[in-house]
Design a protein around this ligand. Structure first.
Ligand code: DGL
Length: 269
């Protein structure tokens, strides 16, 4: 596989941009394609079967782009589908996992929190992860219904986000938690709001850079890293409404970008 082929980064919506940003920072010469499955967002409340199906359907576009690697920049999709995707496709597939281990190493009070979607917290993958650390630390998990929808809004309502985050971090703070894991890539887009609410004593842990580093390591191991000397192109696709996503993705990428519809793209090929 030629090393100048693109890397695809996939999420249910804008959340994976928090990972894309780190990948672009770490490997600026790689060509990157972002896929926001916005029509089906949020994934969090959907069943594992539906998320798995969507991931496999999305792979049609990933293959069409001749992707040399896929980053599943979604904790929920990783929990539901990464195993089957790795079995079915030959390219390296890097997934996301809530950073429970780094948090368990960092905490001084012995109490950590994990904010994630219902889908991630209910998954077998997360239960297994949690059971590895339950003896060492107290883990306060909290599903955050509605929060992804707020982050995906065309017009952000900061007051509503503050209200939800305050509610979802209440028990964690009451129990003396000092390390908070963002187990959903969308939440990393509002790190500043979350940090403000939990206060300066709490370390907020996000896995974006760790995933970017893991991707780099995998590409190097398979001699797939680009040797281009020029900055790589970053393209943006959505399965949702292009005009809406133009606004939502541009806001979260912090730059005016051009968004295309990937289902139309599939149909016209
Ligand atoms: N951003 C995703 C995650 O990391 C999914 C959010 C959603 O669609 O519910 O879990």
């Amino acid at each position: 596989m030629p090393s100048d082929f693109p890397i695809v980064v996939l999420d249910s919506g804008a959340g994976g941009l928090s990972v894309l940003k780190k990948i672009h920072e770490l490997m600026p010469n790689e060509e990157l394609i972002y896929m926001a499955d916005s029509y089906f967002a949020p994934y969090g409340p959907r069943s594992e079967r539906v998320i798995k199906n969507r991931c496999f359907e999305n792979m049609g576009f990933v293959e069409l782009q001749n992707a040399k690697a896929l980053v599943l920049a979604c904790n929920t999709a990783t929990a539901a589908a990464v195993k089957e995707l790795r079995e079915a496709f030959d390219i390296p597939i890097i997934g996301m996992e809530p950073a429970v281990k780094p948090a368990a190493d960092l905490t001084r009070t012995g109490v950590i929190g994990v904010l994630a979607t219902e889908g991630t917290l209910d998954s077998e993958k997360f239960m297994d992860l949690q059971s590895l650390f339950r003896d060492r630390v107290e883990i306060i998990t909290k599903a955050c219904p509605g929060l992804v929808d707020e982050i995906e809004r065309i017009e952000l309502d900061r007051g509503e986000i503050v209200k939800l985050v305050t509610e979802y971090t209440e028990v964690f703070l009451e129990r003396g938690g000092d390390t908070l894991v963002l187990g959903c890539t969308h939440y990393a887009l509002i790190t500043d709001i979350i940090s403000e609410i939990v206060g300066p004593e709490v370390v907020v842990v996000d896995t974006g850079m760790a995933v970017a580093k893991e991707l780099k390591r995998r590409l190097q191991a398979e001699e797939l890293n680009s040797d281009s000397k020029v900055k790589g192109r970053v393209s943006f696709f959505t399965s949702g409404n292009v005009e809406d996503q133009q606004i939502v993705l541009s806001r979260n990428w912090q730059e005016e970008i051009f968004v295309l519809h990937y289902l139309n793209f599939l149909l016209t090929v």
